[in-house]
Design a binder for this molecule. Structure first.
Ligand code: SAM
Length: 213
């Protein structure tokens, strides 16, 4: 994804440390203390501009959400959305998902959302896909037993690759839709990319998979 440089973004993220957690490693194994409750924790890896996590947090106050994003210039828009209505059950991390186990201990996370992850279409870049086996192993290390991944994309190639990767890893497929917006799935919250692609008439693929550990 092309990212516009915003030199002021880092300072702004630092200014709102109640929402953008600056030293996430300090909360490893103890996120419930930060949220002030024992509610389940759902993370979105590659949260982008944060529409999904902020709207999910509003719709589900009994769940804690953490949006994880590599680029500060994108995450700053997610912060603006949070500041519009200051929910206590949503936090942001400006980190690389490859380091997830530095920030989360086994069982810290109840669900992983992957929405419109970068497809990395070239075979030589397959390891960068957030559904590559090394990422599936990272998610397994931080999820509760039987934890779930919920995955949405407009990209048929990435969806097919991911179904294969999930299956090879031994994950159990519990939900699949090959055209989410024409299905009877209820309560869908659209991401920025989902709005963009579906407005162009592209179909949205969605699945849920579960670890069998
Ligand atoms: N989920 C949002 C949506 O659906 O609108 C954003 C989708 S965008 C195509 C993918 C996002 O994932 C980008 O903002 C990118 O910076 C982020 N991303 C990709 N790899 C990442 C990684 N290893 N760690 C954290 N964020 C990552």
């Amino acid at each position: 994804m092309r990212v516009r440089n915003k030199p002021w973004a880092k300072d702004k993220l630092n200014q709102y440390s109640q929402y953008v957690i600056s030293e996430p490693e300090k909360h490893k194994g103890n996120w419930s203390e930060l949220f002030g409750n024992d509610n389940p924790i759902h993370i979105e890896v590659g949260t982008g501009k944060g529409k999904f996590v902020t709207e999910m947090a509003k719709a589900n106050p009994e769940i804690n959400y953490i949006g994880i994003e590599l680029f500060e210039s994108v995450l700053v828009t997610a912060l603006d959305l949070i500041l519009e209505d200051e929910r206590p059950n949503v936090k942001l991390l400006n980190v690389n998902a490859k380091d997830l186990t530095d920030y989360f201990a086994e069982g810290d996370v109840d669900r992983v959302y992957l929405n419109f992850s970068d497809p990395w279409p070239k075979t030589r870049h397959a390891k960068r896909r957030l559904t590559y086996k090394t990422f599936l192993n990272l998610y397994e290390k931080i999820l509760v037993k039987g934890g779930e991944i919920h995955f949405k994309t407009d990209n048929q190639g990435l969806f097919e690759y991911s179904l294969k990767s999930f299956s090879e890893y031994g994950l159990l497929l519990t939900f699949i839709s090959l055209d989410l917006h024409k299905s009877d799935f209820e309560g869908n919250i659209m991401t920025e990319y989902e709005e963009k692609f579906s407005s162009k008439g592209q179909r949205i693929y969605r699945c849920e998979v579960k670890y069998q550990n």
